[in-house]
Design a protein around this ligand. Sequence first.
Ligand SMILES: O=C(CO)[C@@H](O)[C@H](O)COP(=O)(O)O
Length: 115
Amino acid sequence: MRPGVALKPGTSVEEVYPLVEGANPVEMVLVMTVEPGFGGQKFMPEMMDKVRSLRNRYPSLDIEVDGGLGPSTIAEAASAGANCIVAGSSVFGAPEPAHVISLMRKSVEDAQKNS
Ligand SMILES: O=C(CO)[C@@H](O)[C@H](O)COP(=O)(O)O
C-alpha cells in the first residue's frame, strides 16, 4: 500500500507538508490541475507553483497532476517537476492513444534528465 494525498486547486501546498514529513508519510501528492469532478476541463497553469514547491522541497516524492494534461500542457507540468500524469481526454480522444502516452512519457523523462 502506498499512501497519497490530493490537493484541490483552492488548497495551499503548505497544507500537505506535515503529511509528507510526518511519522507515517504520504508517498505521493496529487496536485489537481482542474476542479475535481469530470474530464475535459482546461489545465490550470497556476497550479504549477505548487508542483515546483513540492519538487524543490522533496526531490524524490511522486508528484502527480490530474486534469487537462495532454501534448499541449505536458511540458509545463513536467518541467515543474510532475512525474505521474493522469490524462483522460487527450489519450482516449486521440487517433493513436499510444502515441500520446509515449509523447508525455518522453516529456517527463526529458525534464528529469535536465533537472
Ligand atoms: O475526472 C477528472 C477530475 O475529477 C479529470 O481530471 C480526469 O481525471 C482527467 O480528465 P482530462 O482532464 O484528462 O480529460
